[in-house]
Design a protein around this ligand. Structure first.
Ligand code: PMP
Length: 454
């Protein structure tokens, strides 16, 4: 199949579906046509305007795997707040925890009664020994980088090209012509990020070895499967080598499971037996409220203690925020770890994701498209390449914003919300078999149009 003709067909589909989208959403459009919301760019975060549609859908209700907009349109949600609602919108145990906060209080700058239970649940679920709580995964990564540098006495972190670890400056870099540079689009950056960060391709052992040999890398920060640049799977043995090399060079291994927690119970780390020194998980860990956690080994924790003891200054360390570790967060972490993020929930998600993978792969094959489905547990990505991606250069080459936007908008008009800026679908325990069958049938329909028109 000629990809130029697919792109031409995708352009046509995008134009038709955009018109349909707009016609069905007069109330959403009104909000954006009349700039009266008081919000910069009319949205609570300005990038919310970057979704593929001409204006964002304004949501009036979200529950389980379903969302409704202010115009009364309904969709099955496979975006799930891109992972914040990985276990469904408003799981009942989280709503109960929120109700309980009426007597517990929301925040006191003190630990709450759930402290010990949550600490034990974190250890049992993810395996790290010592934990801290933040409001977002961005914060957790930022604070963990700081600790890694303090503990090792080294200045730099190493990241993989195409990574995303949130709004932590050091990781917002790209690899361009072999050089680490600030990411195109990063605003207000004053520090030369080549001084704080080394960026290398994923799956590239010689580059990893060469970088670690310099002896100035505090930690390697990695998603176990790269999910923010298409989907890049580790080559067999890559994680084993990564662990051996980081250990032998005195560099800490920081695994960011914020998305790959979709793998199964305990995340990719537990399922595949990784041995990180630092572990981060945010987004769904409190069932959708703003909370993230980061864990350390005993060794890192005692190193942290030692640097704190040696630091005679008091007050601001650059780690922590007032609302982090609140009673509300601990109550929701407890509810989520005990009752929501369970092995059974992961099993249901994986079973349903099997059906999505089978259905999508069959549709791609039937339409003779040079694409495949990448997958990490309940998270699946339609990749516009016939073979698995090795690194970010291959991912950039495979990406096609026109096809991605056409798929997204057509899915939405058929009643399925998929993740923007990707071709990603995420399955929740609240997703039904019928939802999956409908999603797969919609994909078939869209591909029929894309290939027939081509
Ligand atoms: N880590 C990873 C792997 C992510 O994908 C993201 C966000 N997409 C973050 C961290 C940051 O999460 P947050 O935006 O909740 O801070």
């Amino acid at each position: 199949m000629n990809s130029d003709s697919i792109v031409t067909a995708a352009k046509q589909i995008l134009a038709e579906e955009t018109a349909l989208f707009t016609g069905q959403r007069p109330r959403s459009q009104e909000i954006f046509d009349a700039p009266s919301s008081g919000f910069f760019n009319q949205v609570p975060q300005y990038w919310m305007r970057d979704w593929p549609m001409p204006f964002p859908v304004v949501i009036s209700k979200a529950t389980g795997s379903e969302v409704w907009d202010v115009d009364g349109n309904h969709a099955i949600d496979f975006c799930l707040g891109d992972s914040g609602a990985m276990f469904g919108h408003g799981p009942q145990p989280i709503l109960n925890a929120l109700a309980g906060a009426s007597t517990l209080g929301l925040t006191t700058m003190l630990p709450s009664k759930d402290l010990t239970a949550v600490g034990q649940l974190l250890r049992a679920t993810f395996g790290m020994s010592m934990w801290q709580v933040t409001a977002t995964a961005s914060d957790a990564n930022r604070f963990a980088f700081r600790v890694a540098r303090a503990v090792t006495g080294r200045k730099k972190i190493l990241v993989f090209d195409g990574c995303y670890h949130g709004a932590a400056d050091e990781a917002l870099v790209d690899l361009v012509d072999g050089q680490t540079v600030a990411r195109n689009g990063l605003l207000g950056q004053a520090v030369n990020l080549a001084e704080t960060t080394v960026c290398i391709p994923f799956n590239d052992v010689p580059a990893l070895e060469a970088a670690l040999k310099e002896g100035d890398i505090a930690c390697v920060v990695a998603e176990p499967v790269m999910t923010n640049c298409g989907m890049i799977l580790p080559l067999p043995g890559f994680h084993k080598t990564l662990r051996e090399l980081t250990r032998s060079h005195g560099t800490l291994l920081h695994i960011d499971e914020t998305h790959t927690i979709s793998t199964g119970y305990g995340g990719y780390t537990k399922v595949h037996g990784l041995e990180p020194d630092i572990f981060v998980v945010g987004k769904p860990v409190g069932g959708g409220i703003p909370v993230a956690v980061w864990g350390m080994t005993d060794d890192v924790a005692s190193g942290f203690d030692a640097v704190r003891a040696a630091n005679t200054g008091t007050g601001h360390s650059g780690i922590g925020t007032t609302l982090s570790g609140s009673a509300l967060q601990l109550a929701c972490l407890k509810a989520c770890l005990e009752e929501v993020m369970t092995p059974e929930a992961h099993n249901t998600m994986n079973r349903l994701a099997d059906a999505v993978e089978t259905g999508f792969s069959a549709a791609i094959k039937r339409h003779e498209l040079p694409w495949h489905v990448g997958r990490v547990g309940a998270r699946l990505e339609i990749v516009f390449s016939p073979h698995p991606l090795l690194n970010a250069s291959e991912a950039h080459e495979a990406a096609n914003p026109t096809i991605q936007k056409a798929l997204h908008t057509a899915f939405l008009n058929l009643g399925y919300l998929v993740t923007p800026f990707h071709n990603m679908v995420l399955v929740a325990p609240t997703t039904s078999e019928e939802n999956v069958a409908g999603l797969v049938a919609s994909f078939e329909k869209i591909l029929d149009r894309m290939t027939k028109a081509a």
